[in-house]
Design a protein around this ligand. Structure first.
Ligand code: NAD
Length: 478
């Protein structure tokens, strides 16, 4: 199929101002490290070094937790909900005002296409702050009793796939409920969290209400294990989630864990197939497949399997892979060399185990971390590519004959974060939604997010819900 040729339409990089090095945001100001070290953050699309950031050490973490405690006792827990709401509205508006800069920064540090950071990530960040700003003075009506109390200091650790959006999911409800926070962004994507520190200063947020400590796993561990925190909120891999659950067991810390997924996207023979193809593409190739709720397993009813695959392959030949800052780009860079290795390794395992691998003709840039959109057919339930989270642009296709078989295959996973159903029949959608063991079930769409809607998993996808009224429960003493 002919693809239109587009001239490059790069977004301007000059709108962002990246410092050569950053400190830690503690107590309302950027401070130097005490016992940490420094490391570099790179642009995954070019391998260019962007800046040097701190890997906070135990004393740095101590200092951040102390600042959060002082702010909790001294100001934030004493403010009325109405006043907390005003600060949250201010943060939301500043995110909107600086949205172009934030989108460019996110794409540079993460590798995701500007089309996504501009149209999905950053608007949802603002929406989250607006939404929880609205709750701040209405907590007594949220269903948790007339006067629910905050928990205290929240330790929040987030992954690299939606750096600023995950920050918003964590910080907005915590602050609305009256908690203060210490947040650790992922080691490969610290820059938008540091830009958010600047936004907190601009909003005149009382010092210590939000603290940002950068670093890798050791910093995260020091933070979640710190005796001065009352709440741990973690989004990341199931493996690290398990370690955290073990480390907080026996303490009074409240925990929410948002972990991995291996979602089934189930297409029945009466589905509008063209529409389903768009949903499949959005389900697994959005954000290079670095999505916890990605539709990484396509379950297609056998009678329309060949037709759907032909349509899907045709569509994939039209995807544009390349410069994340180009507004025409559909598929950006893989976030890190380590993640690229993991995707390559699991794809090779897929071939060795006997599945058939296909990618559209696709030129990969020479520098940076890239992987073409990939589809595996002839996949069976026991294959590792059908069971393990690849967290990349790789789709495993399985078939089914009856709705019962679809449900059995969809639920045959240790995860339970999300699922998709494509069918013309409303009754079948409702039946499937009841049977599927997944926190979110999308019907005739996929990867739609809204701050009013709770999000979270069953089984090894974690526990607790973020978003919506439910998201308040994790930050209140209820
Ligand atoms: P990861 O678990 O390796 O890292 C996540 C964060 O935890 C990072 O900030 C990391 O520095 C930190 N960390 C690492 N070891 C730690 C430890 N021992 N103690 C405390 N913190 C530690 O995951 P990742 O590779 O960054 O992210 C990908 C994973 O995140 C995928 O499995 C994906 O499914 C999951 N994810 C889940 C959701 C969700 O809402 N369920 C959303 C996005 C990503």
């Amino acid at each position: 199929m002919a693809t239109f040729e587009y001239a490059p339409a790069p977004e301007s990089r000059s709108i962002v101002d990246i410092e050569p090095s950053y400190g830690l945001y503690i107590g309302g100001e950027m401070v130097d490290l005490i016992d940490g070290s420094r490391f570099k953050t790179v642009n995954p699309a070019t391998e260019e070094v962007l800046s040097e950031v701190v890997a906070a050490g135990p004393q740095d973490v101590d200092r951040a937790v102390d600042a959060a405690r002082a702010a909790y006792d001294g100001t934030w827990s004493r403010l009325s909900g109405r006043d907390r709401g005003k600060y949250l509205y201010r943060l939301a508006r500043l995110v909107q005002e600086r949205s172009r800069e934030l989108a460019v920064l996110e794409s540079i540090d993460n590798g995701k296409p500007i089309r996504e950071s501009r149209d999905v990530d950053v608007p949802l960040v603002a929406a989250h702050f607006f939404y929880y700003a609205g709750w701040a003075d209405k907590l007594g009506y949220a269903g948790f009793g007339p006067d629910p109390r905050p928990l205290g200091v929240a330790a929040q650790v987030i992954p690299w796939n939606f750096p600023l959006l995950m920050l918003a999911w964590k910080i907005a409800p915590a602050l609305a409920c009256g908690n203060t926070v210490v947040l650790k962004p992922a080691e490969t994507t610290p820059l938008t969290a540091l830009a958010f520190a600047d936004i907190c200063q601009q909003a005149d947020l009382p010092p210590g209400v939000v603290n940002i400590v950068t670093g890798a796993g050791d910093t995260g561990r020091a933070l979640v294990e710190h005796p001065g925190v009352d709440k741990v909120a973690f989004t990341g891999s199931t493996e690290v989630g398990r370690q955290i659950a073990r480390s907080v067991a026996g303490t009074c810390k409240k925990v929410t864990l948002e972990l991995g997924g291996k979602a089934a996207n189930v297409v029945f023979d009466d589905a509008p197939l063209d529409q389903a193809v768009e949903g499949i593409v959005n389900g697994i190739f959005f954000n290079q497949g670095h999505v916890c709720c990605a539709g990484s397993r396509l379950l297609v009813q056998e009678s329309v399997g060949d037709e759907l695959l032909a349509l899907l392959k045709r569509r994939l030949t039209t995807l544009r892979l390349g410069d994340p800052l180009d507004k025409n780009t559909d598929i950006g860079a893989i976030n890190s060399a380590e993640q690229l290795d993991k995707i390559r390794m699991l794809s090779e395992v897929g071939e060795t185990e006997g599945a058939e691998r296909w990618s559209p003709p696709c030129e990969l840039p020479e520098r940076g971390f890239w992987f073409p959109p990939t589809v595996f057919t002839g996949v069976s339930q026991s294959h590792r590519i059908a069971r393990e989270e690849i967290f990349g642009p790789v789709l495993s296709v399985l078939t089914f004959r009856t709705p019962t078989e679809a449900v059995e295959k969809a639920n045959n996973t240790p995860y339970g974060l999300s699922a998709g159903v494509w069918t013309d029949k409303g009754s079948r959608i409702l039946w499937m939604a009841q049977k599927l063991r997944a926190g979110v079930v999308w019907a005739n769409t996929f990867n739609r997010f809204d701050p009013t809607s709770p999000f979270g998993g069953y089984k090894e996808s974690g526990y607790g819900r973020e978003g919506g009224r439910h998201g308040l429960g994790g930050y209140l003493d209820v």
